[in-house]
Design a protein around this ligand. Structure first.
Ligand SMILES: [Zn+2]
Length: 127
């Protein structure tokens, strides 16, 4: 089933998932796909995290300020909020930082603070 996930299928999956439709029903609506494939795709899109706690999104627009406090892992946004492929990095974060190592470097480089961060990593890697 190569290239099954066309853009329109992904958009449909995202929309149905956010409406709280079950993976089984989504699979039926999309056609020619298993429930597991739907769940797997939703995981890769980062959709499952939002519904794990049983919360339905009230608003289709993604509000970062609402999402961020509820998620663990790196809070670096990938893509543009509101796009169907928008998600947060989600990797393991550096203690006391909101981002993973990779994104800390980017975030702090932006603030011309890279020396401080490099020092931080060096100290940690020598443990
Ligand atoms: Zn990250």
């Amino acid at each position: 089933m190569k290239n099954y996930w066309t853009e329109s299928k992904v958009n449909k999956l995202t929309k149905l998932w956010e409406e709280g439709v079950s993976a089984r029903d989504i699979a039926t609506k999309l056609g020619n796909v298993s429930r597991n494939a739907v769940i797997g795709k939703a995981n890769r899109l980062g959709l499952s995290k939002k519904t794990l706690k049983g919360e339905k999104s009230q608003n289709k627009a993604i509000d970062i300020s609402v999402l961020v406090p509820n998620m663990s892992g790196c809070k670096w946004p990938i893509g543009h909020p509101g796009d169907s492929d928008f998600y947060f990095c989600g990797k393991e974060v550096i203690p006391t930082k909101p981002y993973c190592g990779e994104h800390c470097l980017i975030a702090y480089r932006r603030k011309d603070n890279s020396q401080k961060i490099k020092k931080f990593f060096k100290l940690n890697s020598e443990n």
